[in-house]
Design a protein around this ligand. Structure first.
Ligand SMILES: Cc1ncc(COP(=O)(O)O)c(C=O)c1O
Length: 437
């Protein structure tokens, strides 16, 4: 593998693709310069590109693949279902079984409703909070990523506000965002409980929900502090505002998600990623009285929130998600979280051996090579496209596919035997790049 190579099939496909797909693809998140890789196949922890190069996949579809690619049990369950239909307008038993499994695991989930992406989950959770409270505004942290619709893209990818100079403004995520959308988003500074509480209190009577991601996606993957979470929970309870947890990514933290691991009293939760077993999925789960907004009244009065979707709870996603979550026992969560610790320790050791400033960062089953050396990587430069230079490119050319920010996502098909080869490649990479400097 020698990236970049203008003669490669990926490079040529990119040229071809750009004529018909803006930027050659359909996801802003997977851009790579000078061209992205096109994959031909994937199995277990490996992916193979169209030029035949094999990589250990530490991206795992941006955290969604908790069992790697094409896990045999999921392939079997989906294949069996495929022969009996992929989508139909009526309900299916797997939907009930997956709902029972998730509600059985998480004490804050009385009921759940399925949809097809994390974006849809956050969007429907916001709508549910509005329908429940009758209020229109929501609060979110500056730079927090919650998917791709205009409300949650307010103040995303912006220079963090210096609090001494004023409170964070609502900035549009894209040109033409209606002013009304901005007016209904209260932006709070992340992990700044005092300033955030002051801003929330000033807007308390118009807030339907406070939206928070326990993994800090978009904010350098720093976890919200206990003090910050406690303040949000206290504020919400005092003012009748819903605490809306975005667990689209952070649900992989444990058997009952981050809310179980950190005792976060969520009223409503948005889910996605791992609970679809590799297929498109989203869900809103929460307290029965809040989830009641989705239900028609016993007397036939229509639901406060109409929620339809052609592919909602389709049986393919439901059987895949059910199998994936059944395989995720408490001990499997513990095992991959411990594997995350092992990668972090190994990376920190490599950085210390090479006198490189930085650390093995991240949490639970997500790690990152956080190097403070611009010659090697730019891990904290979170809003840039995948750099594919420096250390990232070295790792790619030596068989490791990491995400932007040198992030690695662990799946259950990985084990402790994967740590040393990865760390050895990292060590060789840093030595060879530093030798060149
Ligand atoms: C925290 C968070 N929320 C929501 C989303 C949106 O999920 P999806 O990409 O499935 O729409 C993502 C996606 O990465 C995410 O990281």
């Amino acid at each position: 593998m020698s990236y970049p190579d203008s003669e490669s099939k990926s490079a040529r496909l990119y040229e071809r693709a750009r004529a018909v797909l803006p930027d050659g693809g359909s996801r802003s998140s997977i851009r790579m310069l000078p061209y992205p890789l096109y994959l031909a196949s994937a199995q277990g922890k490996h992916v193979v590109d169209v030029d035949g190069n094999e990589y250990v996949d530490f991206n795992n579809n941006y955290t969604s693949l908790i069992h790697g690619h094409s896990h045999p049990a999921i392939v079997e369950a989906v294949s069996r279902q495929l022969a009996h239909g992929s989508a139909y307008a009526f309900l299916n038993e797997a939907e009930v079984a997956l709902a029972e499994l998730l509600c059985g695991r998480v004490s804050g989930f009385d009921q759940i409703r399925f949809m097809n992406s994390g974006t849809e989950a956050v969007m429907n959770a916001v709508k549910a909070a509005r329908a429940y409270t009758g209020r229109s505004a929501i609060a979110k942290c500056e730079n927090a990523y919650h998917g791709t619709f205009d409300t949650v893209e307010v103040s995303l990818g912006v220079e963090p506000t210096v609090l001494a100079e004023g409170d964070p403004p609502s900035r549009p995520g894209s040109p033409g965002t209606p002013q009304g959308v901005m007016d209904d988003v209260v932006v709070i500074p992340f992990n700044e409980p005092v300033a955030a509480e002051r801003i929330l209190t000033a807007n308390a009577t118009r807030l339907a929900a406070v939206l928070i991601d326990p993994f800090g996606t978009g904010m350098g993957r720093v976890l919200p502090s206990d003090g910050f979470l406690e303040m949000l929970a206290r504020f919400c309870k005092a003012h009748g505002v819903l605490l809306l947890l975005d667990e689209v990514v952070s649900f992989r933290a444990g058997y009952a998600g981050s809310q179980g691991a950190r005792a976060i009293p969520a009223d409503l939760t948005a889910l996605g990623k791992i609970m679809g077993g590799g297929f498109p999925v989203g869900a809103v789960a929460g307290r029965a009285d809040v989830m009641a907004v989705f239900a028609d009244g016993a007397d036939g009065t229509p639901a406060r929130l109409h929620h339809a979707g052609t592919f909602n709870a389709n049986p393919i996603t439901m059987v895949a998600g059910l199998k994936a979550m059944e395989l995720m026992t408490e001990s499997e969560f513990d095992r991959i979280n411990a594997l995350g610790d092992a990668f972090r320790a190994g990376i920190t050791e490599v950085l210390s051996l090479t006198n490189t400033s930085g650390e093995g960062a991240g949490h639970y089953s997500v790690f990152s090579v956080a190097v403070d050396d611009p010659e090697l990587a730019r891990p904290r430069d979170r809003n840039k496209a995948m750099e594919s230079n420096g250390l990232h490119r070295y790792m790619l050319n030596h068989g490791y596919f990491l995400s932007s920010g040198m992030m690695g996502v662990i799946s259950t098909v990985m084990d402790t035997a994967d740590v040393d080869p990865f760390c050895q490649t990292l060590l060789d990479g840093i030595r060879s790049l530093k030798g060149r400097v």
